[in-house]
Design a protein around this ligand. Structure first.
Ligand code: ADP
Ligand code: MG
Length: 385
């Protein structure tokens, strides 16, 4: 689950990580008069799940109240296109208003899970602010990597070494930094995060350390033990994805026209690839799960068919634990429960596949049957055209 900047900063505050003084968050329809701003300038920041807001007009400074009102009015409701939004853009529904700080230095620091070494790892650079991807390309020697033991967290000596590598030598800043780095790792570990990033971590002209931005991604599989995170709004999923989540179907909406119902994530991925190979595009990724009973298949049909882009459905199910004849009965039953207005191609494979195909054939319903994954994908793609 991805958190927006101010939600990530709420976690920072809990862990004594210094952030810019916050005046508040304003949503569409609200205005700045609800905030008590004692000092200008302030920074107004679009709260969307994408980085690169600064360059795209999603971070603006206001020198007085009338400027702030104007900026907020223009920013709320705008579609922000950054290099991380994939050309599409995201609508700005909320803005964060915080104190504008005088920046002397910008540092990059993040904690990620390094799968190769199976441990959290700090990535840092004394040249923050800009995109870390560009830095990695242009000046890889400026990137520091430090693995962290998940049991002990960041050790004192590691925090000190990091401070030296980032050229933080001023005595009081040095202590502030080591405490900061240890707390950042604590946020990562305690919240089962996949990523905790601060870009930039700044040193102000008054020699204070402040986390000016936050990017936090919490592992979805851990949400059951982080009720505070689980209760935050889900900003990533579409309405259909949220609906699917509630009934425990793994569904992700895509841009194509072939609706897919598959059992198993691996087979679902292979199906998407094969549809592409056959010249089409999938409308979704959908894994009905191992059970694939009538109820789940009915629900899956309902979800797939709510997407108006779907011109044909491809059911691709492997009868391993469940036998094909039972799956076929499930498909027939489900198809009777749902008003299906588009052609349905079914590819069954596995135990009792013959019996399964017979059941589909004799059902009186118009299924197009396929003998292989390739055949199924070709048929579904052709039916979309
Ligand atoms: P993004 O990473 O999405 O571009 P940031 O929060 O990092 O957004 O902001 C972009 C830049 O704007 C920062 O690198 C910093 O220079 C400036 N900035 C952001 N917040 C503040 C602030 N509170 N005070 C002063 N400058 C800020
Ligand atoms: Mg940033």
């Amino acid at each position: 689950m991805k958190l927006v900047e101010y939600e990530g900063k709420d976690l920072f505050i809990k862990y004594s990580i210094p952030t810019a003084k916050r005046y508040g968050v304003i949503k569409i329809g609200e205005d700045i008069s609800k905030l008590k701003i004692d000092e200008y300038p302030v920074v107004i920041k679009a709260q969307v799940l994408a980085g690169g807001r600064g360059k795209a007009g999603g971070v603006k400074i206001a020198k007085n109240e009338s400027e702030a009102k104007e900026i907020i009015k223009n920013m709320l409701g705008m579609t922000l296109v950054t290099h991380q939004t994939g050309g599409k853009g995201i609508k700005v529904e909320e803005v964060l208003v915080e104190k504008a700080n005088d920046i002397e230095r910008e540092i990059y620091i993040s904690v990620i899970m390094d799968r190769k070494i199976s441990s959290p790892t700090i990535i840092a650079s004394k040249e923050g602010g800009m995109s870390i991807e560009e830095l990695a390309k242009d000046k890889p020697e400026l990137i520091v990597k430090m693995p962290v033991d998940v049991e002990t967290g960041l050790m004192d000596w590691q925090a000190r070494e990091l401070a030296y590598k980032l050229d933080i030598t001023d005595k009081s800043l040095f202590c502030e930094f080591t405490a900061f780095a240890k707390n950042l790792v604590k946020v990562f570990i305690n919240y089962d995060a996949n990523l905790v990033e601060v870009n930039p971590l700044i040193i102000t002209k008054e020699k204070k350390l402040i986390a000016l931005d936050s990017k936090v991604i919490v592992d979805d599989n851990s949400l059951f033990r982080h009720k505070d995170i689980a209760s935050l709004p889900d900003r990533e999923s579409s309405e259909l994805e949220k609906e699917a989540k509630k009934i425990e179907i793994n569904y992700i909406g895509l841009d194509g026209s072939v609706g897919c119902m598959v059992n198993g994530a691996g087979l679902a991925m292979a199906t998407l690839d094969t549809i592409k190979l056959a010249g089409g595009d999938a409308a979704n990724f959908l894994d009905v799960g191992g059970g694939a009973n009538v109820e789940q298949i009915t629900n899956a049909f309902k979800i797939i068919l709510k997407d108006p882009k779907v011109k044909a459905v491809l059911v691709n199910i492997f009868g391993g634990i469940m036998k094909c004849d039972n799956i076929a009965k499930g498909i027939v039953e489900a198809a009777k429960n749902v008003d299906i207005k588009v052609p349905v191609v079914v590819r069954l494979e596995g135990t009792n596949v013959k019996e399964g195909k017979e059941i589909l054939k004799n059902s009186g319903l118009k299924f197009e049957q396929a003998d292989s994954l390739w055949d199924g994908c070709k048929k579904a793609v052709a039916l979309c055209k």
